[in-house]
Design a protein around this ligand. Structure first.
Ligand code: SAM
Length: 270
């Protein structure tokens, strides 16, 4: 195949938000990073654009790939996140992530925005976080320590302060997107200080009942028609307050949601 034809294919793929990566190079890189599954059976496991971006995001943000604080099905959740993010492309309004930790999901979203529009520099995307980790869990966030809570007691998924990463470190990791807007503070309180605007895409990855409920109640009425809130922790057994927070807010708003097998759920403004 001539260089000109290769360039043409690269260009055409770029126009549709895809990047052409040589199969051998991708396989080698993903094996080296321990990303290759022995027997991949689902598209996200072999999607070269997704896998390459995920590997870059892990490396750039320094997000750990395993360990107690890393939840299951993370790759499939991020794949869903990006699919939904592509679906809202073209809907006017801001995009926001509440709960960024080291910036991995924000990186993936902004890198995809750049694939869709090469001039993307982060403009129109905002991050809201304490940059001091989780807030204090409440009674709704308690999980049983064993089969009988009366006997085994209850505990929190993680203590306040878990997932702490200073704003400067996140800015550094996301320096390819200098126009991202950062808002530091405790959710829900900080939400009342945000500029009044409408949203096309909202990613809530906050783990706990109170901030999730407050964020759904704040952002849903500000969604554009066709806009989506992606709730990362909805079906997570480690974070029972997330489901309750979303259900409480959805009931107050008279909305129903779409739960996914990954643990995520979607709220769509119709
Ligand atoms: C699970 S981490 C987010 C993971 C991230 N989306 C990623 O891609 O790795 C949870 C984040 O929520 C933030 N957070 C939790 N409770 C908060 C609250 N009440 N106000 C502001 N930020 C909060 C934490 O600081 C942390 O950054």
């Amino acid at each position: 195949m001539s260089v000109a034809v290769k360039r043409l294919i690269q260009h055409a793929a770029g126009c549709f938000g895809y990047q052409v990566v040589p199969v051998a190079a991708y396989a080698k890189a993903s094996r080296a990073l321990g990303l290759a599954d022995a027997s991949p059976s689902l598209l996200f496991q072999v999607d070269p654009v997704f896998q390459a971006s995920y590997a870059r995001g892990i490396a750039i943000t320094g997000t750990p790939e395993s360990g107690q604080v890393v939840c299951s099905k993370r790759e499939s959740r991020f794949y869903n996140l990006l699919s939904i993010h592509r679906w809202v492309a073209g809907i006017p309004g801001w995009q926001v992530e509440c709960g960024c930790w080291k910036g991995l999901s924000s990186f993936l979203l902004n890198e995809q925005a750049k694939r869709l529009k090469p001039s993307h520099d982060g403009a129109g995307f905002m991050i809201v976080d304490s940059f001091e980790g989780l807030s204090q869990p409440t009674a709704e966030d308690r999980v049983p320590r064993g089969p009988d809570p009366a006997l085994h007691g209850e505990q929190y998924g993680a203590p306040a302060g878990t997932f702490c990463c200073p704003q400067d470190a996140v800015r550094q990791s996301l320096s390819d997107f200098p126009a991202i807007e950062y808002h530091q503070g405790w959710i829900p309180k900080v939400l009342s200080t945000l500029p009044e605007r409408t949203y096309a895409f909202v990613h809530l990855d906050l783990d706990l009942h109170d901030p999730i409920r407050g964020a759904v109640e704040y952002f849903f009425p500000r969604l554009e028609r066709g806009g989506v809130i992606v709730l990362d922790d909805y079906g997570s057994l480690a974070w029972p307050g997330a489901m309750k927070g979303v259900d409480d807010a959805a009931a107050a708003l008279g909305q129903s949601l779409i739960p996914l097998s990954s643990g995520q759920a979607l709220l769509v403004r119709r």
